[in-house]
Design a protein around this ligand. Structure first.
Ligand code: AHM
Ligand code: MG
Length: 335
């Protein structure tokens, strides 16, 4: 039987053989993976662990926090604050950045996360996940502040997510393709189960919350209408639809078998560019998708090229199979 490659070994090889990641970044990724393992434990216990339900509080976006949102946030902070690899962290669940306390050594990396994505699925036993993005502190910067985080997604040095579903799977890129690791609960470690993940360029499957249809802009309405016309319409083929309402699970399906995912701007909140957050949801997912040969835009430009102006900035998201994303994007420029 082929030897199993653990996440640790994979990362050591990336560091030693390929020189792709510095030791501090390897340590950081191992710590994030360890935190995901413990979040996975809490998710698995569900009602038995008393972790379901709402926490009677709101986050900075005005969304009601679930108990697991808060637990996952704390797990990630406690796991990462003392290792010496980070300068600061930022999270969907925290208004301001979290600077590593002075009692701990500080490193040169910045970690951003959505501790538990797909919160509406927590209590109904549907896949949820953790999304993370790693940036480097700008050089010659003495103190860390929110401005240091405001870097375009193309400057990420690592990104990934961990999906808590029938299996717990960690998906990672450090800029050298996408690898997937499945949690082996008996061994307590993540094992490499897929390397060089590729998204097919064409697809017959789209993911969008159809209940928002009447609020969309014309290009998105046109794209979805054409898909729905199926074999009789301009696309000449039938399409299937999926919507899990956990971006991690929808993106995981796309990385596994292709597809297109959209959470576009809509006119319910015209001043916001979309529902999803740029820095800790869209950017890491966009980089993973591009690393797997797919594409990710906001309809007008590549997501990874967007210069953020604030930490919790929102963005319109269209990502997945390259030819479909390019089609929707071209509809936005009136082609
Ligand atoms: P969350 O971070 O509060 O969980 O919100 C993000 C989630 C995404 O995972 C998912 O794609 C989307 O919200 C679902 O939205 P909707 O409930 O409108 O379908
Ligand atoms: Mg989220």
């Amino acid at each position: 039987m082929a030897q199993k490659i653990s996440l640790t070994r994979y990362l050591v090889e990336q560091q030693r053989v390929d020189g792709l990641i510095p030791a501090q970044l390897r340590l950081l990724l191992e710590v994030v993976a360890r935190a995901c393992k413990s979040i996975s434990q809490a998710v698995n216990k569900g009602a038995l662990g008393g972790v379901l339900g709402s926490a009677d509080s709101e986050n900075v976006q005005g969304e009601v926090q679930k108990k697991l949102d808060i637990i996952a946030n704390e797990v990630l902070i406690e796991a990462n604050e003392w290792g010496g690899h980070l300068a600061a962290m930022a999270s969907e669940e925290m208004d301001a950045i979290y600077v590593v306390p002075n009692r701990y050594p500080k490193g040169e990396y910045l970690l951003l996360f959505d501790p538990l994505d797909g919160s509406s699925n927590i209590d109904v036993n549907v896949s949820i996940g953790t999304i993370f993005s790693v940036l480097k502190m700008p050089e010659d910067d003495r103190g860390v502040d929110e401005g240091d985080f405001l870097q375009a997604g193309s400057r990420q040095v690592a990104a990934g997510y961990c999906v808590y579903g029938p299996q717990t799977t960690l998906v990672l890129t450090v800029g050298d393709g996408v690898a997937m690791f499945t949690l082996d609960r008996e061994q307590g470690s993540f094992v490499l189960t897929e390397e060089n993940v590729r998204i097919p360029e064409d697809t017959r499957e789209f993911a969008i919350n159809m209940s928002n249809m009447r609020h969309w802009d014309a290009p998105v309405k046109r794209y979805v209408a054409e898909c729905l016309e199926g074999v009789e319409g301009p696309r000449g083929k039938d399409f299937n639809m999926r919507w899990i309402a956990s971006m991690v699970a929808d993106v995981h399906r796309i990385l596994t078998r292709g597809g297109i995912f959209m959470y576009p701007w809509d006119k319910r909140e015209p001043n916001k560019p979309g529902k999803l957050r740029l820095m800790y949801e869209a950017n890491p997912m966009a980089w993973l998708v591009e690393q797997a040969g797919g594409a990710a835009t906001n309809g007008k430009q590549r997501i990874l090229d967007i210069q953020p102006s604030k930490l919790h900035e929102r963005v319109s998201v269209i990502l997945g199979s390259k030819n479909e994303v390019e089609r929707v994007t071209s509809y936005h420029s009136g082609i």
